[in-house]
Design a binder for this molecule. Structure first.
Ligand code: PEP
Length: 256
């Protein structure tokens, strides 16, 4: 079974509620009812924008899913500042990004934290978009595949194949995020193929063939075609280019 590509927009800490409603409405206005046959679309706004964005999409009956950018593994309690899986689930989120390199670098998120978050999401019936990726130092050392596949193993430790099969892995080389410097299609494909081989080792070939592996890192309408042409790249996790309706829609249309 061919994997359906995914375009997921990571808005990061951008857009107030008012701005989020405008951008979601702009995307919804461009929505074509043929899209869902060919591409799965997700937007991941900041927490405060999740409900307003979901309301716009539900009102328009637009088949674009909403996801969080992060989630905590406990379901409730004295965890000031955190947001749980049941909370994002009630809003109607389908998923959450976990382990984004900005969270790992700026907020000290560890592989163990990522694993707890993946488990909490799948136990709650949501899926995880698990971000992995190497720094420039790791790439220069020549240990990218080992580094990235170790992140994949750690993220999915103790997760069974049926839960993992619904999850998505996003390969995001840190040196390509927000820098305008994209991995070449060949560089991205090599790591995405190594990720899929690791998923096959962990969960068997069938689950690994079902799981989507995305590329993220300065993906834009100018470079998307070459990246999507690679056999192990099933779409994109998009930062900057997801903040403008026009470029995000162009990326969606590249999947059709
Ligand atoms: C990201 O942060 O997930 C990302 C891929 O950002 P950008 O597209 O801006 O490089």
């Amino acid at each position: 079974m061919a994997r359906k590509p995914m375009m997921a927009g990571n808005w990061k800490m951008n857009n107030t509620v008012g701005e989020a409603v405008v951008l979601t409405q702009e995307i919804s206005n461009q929505y074509e009812k043929e899209w869902p046959e060919s591409v799965e679309i997700v937007i991941c706004p900041p927490y405060v924008d999740l409900k307003p964005a979901k309301t716009v999409l539900d009102f328009d009956k637009t088949k674009i899913a909403v996801g969080a950018q992060n989630v905590y593994w406990e379901s409730k309690g004295a965890y000031t500042g955190e947001i749980s899986v049941p909370m994002i689930k009630e809003i109607g989120c389908a998923c959450s990004i976990v382990g984004h390199s900005e969270r790992r670098e700026l907020f000290g998120e560890t592989n163990e934290d990522v694993n707890r978050k993946v488990k909490a999401l799948v136990e709650g019936g949501l899926y995880a978009i698990v971000c992995v990726g190497e720094s420039l130092a790791v790439r220069d050392e020549g240990t990218t595949d080992e580094y990235v596949t170790a992140q994949v193993r750690a993220a999915f430790a103790g997760v069974d194949a049926s839960d993992a099969a619904g999850c998505v892995v996003a390969y995001e080389p840190i040196w390509a995020i927000g820098t305008g410097r994209t991995a070449t299609p060949e560089q991205a494909e090599a790591v995405c193929a190594a990720i899929r081989a690791t998923l096959a080792e962990l969960f068997g070939g069938e689950a690994a063939e079902e799981m989507r592996v995305l590329y993220g890192g300065s993906m834009n309408p100018g470079n998307v075609e070459g990246l999507l042409a690679q056999p192990n790249i099933d779409g994109g996790l998009i930062g900057g280019a997801s903040l403008k309706c026009e470029s995000f829609v162009q990326l969606i249309e590249a999947c059709l």
